[in-house]
Write a protein that binds this ligand. Structure first.
Ligand code: PLP
Length: 396
């Protein structure tokens, strides 16, 4: 198949749910990918915040290959050694005491919603099922997580949505006080909103949310599906605020591209899940767990977090001085290597131009250029990306 034929057949046989770049990516190495025609791209999208160690990372690839030759699947009716090892790693490096494994971000959030409801059910608070989520949030595409998602465009045409969700503006503590009722069980929040446009809350906001939850006896759920796994310069974004949740979800970069999701909780909350209350056929699968162990160990031991902070602040500085030269830029924001550049106009033409010139990124919330590159990029990669961005800003 050449690329034209591949795209034609793709359009014929695959449901039309994605707006795709006109390229067939076939190979990757570090922060670079190549298409079927041999064109090279600098990948500042990283599989949408997934390939945090870059493409074809040797340790992850080797772990998956070795596990595939040893044991690919057995079911959760047995103990699975790599699952135990990953759970211990995650617990030892987070607030949590227990982990449940699944396969994606939506599934992890679905599990978090179920756990919060079940926790109050078991305490006799059956009417406490309502979750307060944020406007412009993104939590997934299943019925529950789509309902939790605070963006009407993702919900259009799928009514009736699930009962038990309320939305308030992000970064607004007063709005939380007004939304709470005797039915509320939890607050669900991304420490930095990703799909909503890389929105970073004020410095004291998360502490305020934690205090609010404690005052009303609510659980705090962090969706770290995008912010987790080193993306913001700490293993988990919440560490920066010093404010721990009761429940946290992970997916995207957990397996560096091998599908894996996780739901973490304190013992106090986790006891609400008992044998039979929640399950997944593939969750915690040996292959996914091996990929994730290699990923977490590399993030922790190979200076990745230091690189995120150093290169992230270099990138941010370059973007800020760039913003001064282009009045179309409204704001540059983010943390670590999760960076958004909000424009006064639609971002899609910039993204298309960059694609043609060999730089991959995307646009979220219509006007926000989003950069979530592999965490292994260096300053020269940033310089290259800035050159292309400069060309494209000149062009539009
Ligand atoms: C991507 C994302 C999800 C959904 O993850 P899937 O693996 O696509 O289901 C949920 N929450 C956040 C914050 C995300 O960025």
């Amino acid at each position: 198949m050449d690329s034209k034929e591949c795209m034609e057949r793709g359009r014929r046989y695959i449901m039309d749910t994605y707006t795709r770049f006109p390229a067939v990516l076939v190979r990757g190495r570090g922060a670079r990918v190549w298409d079927l025609d041999g064109k090279e791209y600098l990948d500042f999208l990283g599989g949408i915040a997934v390939c945090n160690l870059g493409h074809a990372h040797p340790r992850v690839a080797e772990a998956v290959a070795r596990q595939a030759e040893t044991l690919m699947h057995v079911s959760n009716l047995f103990f699975i050694e790599p699952q135990v090892r990953l759970a211990q790693l995650l617990v030892e490096h987070s607030f949590a005491d227990k982990v449940f494994f699944c396969n994606s971000g939506a599934e992890a959030n679905e599990g978090a919603i179920k756990l919060a409801r079940r926790y109050f059910h078991d305490k006799g608070g059956e009417s406490r099922f309502e979750i307060i989520a944020m406007d412009e949030s993104f939590h997934g595409r299943t019925m529950a997580t789509m309902t939790a998602t605070g963006q009407a465009k993702h919900q259009a045409g799928f009514n009736p949505l699930l009962p038990g969700f309320r939305h308030v503006p992000f970064n607004d503590l007063d709005a939380l006080e007004k939304a709470v009722s005797e039915n509320t069980c939890a607050v669900m929040i991304e420490p930095i909103q990703g799909e909503g446009g890389i929105r970073v809350p004020g410095a004291d906001y998360l502490r305020g949310v934690r205090d609010f939850c404690d005052r009303h006896g609510l659980l705090l759920i962090y969706d770290e599906v995008q912010t987790g796994m080193g993306r913001t310069g700490t293993l988990f974004a919440y560490e920066e605020s010093g404010v721990a949740p009761d429940i946290m979800t992970l997916a995207k970069a957990l397996g560096n591209g091998f599908p894996a999701g996780a739901l973490l909780a304190t013992d106090r909350v986790a006891v609400a899940f008992k044998p039979g209350s929640h399950a997944s056929t593939f969750g915690g699968n040996p292959l996914a767990m091996s990929a994730a162990i290699a990923t977490v160990e590399t993030i922790l031991n190979d200076g990745i977090l230091e690189n995120v902070r150093a290169v992230g602040s270099y990138f941010m500085d370059r973007l800020r001085s760039f913003a001064e030269a282009y009045p179309v830029v409204k704001e540059v924001r983010g943390r670590g290597l999760m960076i958004g550049v909000e424009l006064y106009r639609e971002g899609a033409p910039v993204v298309q131009c960059a694609f043609k010139q060999g730089l991959l990124m995307n646009c979220t919330a219509d006007r926000v250029l989003r950069f979530v590159p592999p965490l292994i990029i260096n300053k020269a990669d940033v310089d290259r990306a800035m050159d292309i961005l400069g060309n494209c800003m000149g062009e539009i």
